[in-house]
Design a protein around this ligand. Structure first.
Ligand code: SF4
Length: 334
């Protein structure tokens, strides 16, 4: 973190478990990260890596039970979100921290006009009059690039294309000028041209409004052009974290290297066959006692089966949770 600047969001040692008949699933294990004002943090991993559960834990969006937040601290605007009651959390969620979900068709209510749905948080969180909320809704639709915004306010979600619905979701999330915007796979359901437009729009809005963004995705390629930093998650843990250029140029964790090989090249050379990461992400039953990636790791050593690798510092703002970066562990294995 740059010296002297306080992060807008600071998460420390977050641990979330789900109580199931099979036992306790440790979905988020000691996750720590921070977010500076105006920066875009990419959070990458396969399904089941814990990225969405981490973000839902911050905002109290998980059903409890079966979920339980065991420990951690989530500092935002001087308060620990994990200590807020449901009313306090609701006043943060959708206002100071915006959230964009994956599928705009199921996230928007089909029986209300988009104007109604944008105006709702403005009236609820910002106490705007009906008239002022309608004016602000038009401004927001214009901001996200919806033409003829004054008329489109009265349309229903089914009258918008997939890309336009996603823009409406972004407008709703931006309505109350959030400090932080969390976008959970927001372009996955869209075709590649629309994906590129939405990414470009997010970049523009981040620069214009100065908010910090957390962009969750399973695809490293998607965030290569927009993220400042990237956090790679696996088995409910942060396995690597670095500035985006550093992560692409100098990956340290075998999982990050494998993820990078799954990105198609556009260099013009005949592409080598894309790599598939063999095996499945683990379901962590019980507290982790080993490296979560060891069953899929070609470089696993005996220590990987008996200890959880800590996050080793490997460079400026770069850390990796792998024993391969610890010369002592490698020497012991040799
Ligand atoms: Fe592979 Fe061991 Fe590193 Fe885990 S800690 S990624 S198993 S080498």
């Amino acid at each position: 973190m740059p010296h002297g600047t306080l992060p807008v969001l600071d998460v420390q040692d977050l641990k979330t478990v789900f109580k199931t008949r099979a036992g306790e699933v440790h979905a988020v294990n000691d996750v720590s990260f921070h977010l500076q004002k105006g920066e875009l943090l990419g959070v990458v991993g396969e399904s089941g890596s814990g990225k969405s559960v981490t973000m839902m834990s911050l905002l109290g969006l998980l059903p409890m039970p079966p979920a339980e937040i065991r420990s951690g601290r989530v500092m935002f605007e001087g308060q620990d979100l994990l200590t807020l009651d449901p009313k306090g959390l609701r006043s943060v969620r959708g206002a100071r921290i915006g959230f964009i979900f994956q599928d705009p068709m199921t996230s928007l209510n089909p029986v209300f006009t988009v104007g109604h749905q944008i105006a709702e948080p403005l009236r609820k969180h910002m106490g705007m009059s009906k008239k002022r909320a309608a004016e602000r809704s038009i401004e927001l639709l214009e901001l996200v690039g919806i033409p003829d915004a004054g008329r489109r306010l009265y349309d229903y979600p089914h009258q918008f294309s997939g890309g336009m619905r996603q823009r409406v979701m972004i407008a709703i999330a931006l309505a109350c000028d959030p400090q932080v915007l969390i976008a959970d796979e927001p372009t996955t359901a869209l075709d590649v041209t629309i994906q590129a437009q939405i990414l470009e729009l997010m970049k523009e809005l981040r620069d214009k409004l100065g908010m910090a963004v957390i962009w969750i995705t399973h695809d490293l390629g998607v965030i290569a052009g927009i993220a400042d930093r990237v956090m790679v998650m696996y088995g409910g843990q942060v396995v690597e974290h670095a500035p985006v250029h550093e992560l692409f140029a100098n990956p340290q964790h075998p999982y990050t290297s494998a993820l990078l090989k799954t990105i198609p090249s556009i260099s013009g050379k005949r592409a080598a066959r894309l790599t598939v990461i063999e095996g499945q992400p683990p379901l962590v039953l019980g507290a982790p006692t080993s490296c979560p990636f060891r069953d899929r790791c070609a470089q696993a050593m005996p220590v990987c089966a008996v200890k959880v690798p800590p996050r080793y510092d490997v460079g400026e703002g770069h850390d990796a949770a792998c024993f391969l970066v610890d010369p002592l562990e490698v020497a012991n294995a040799g």
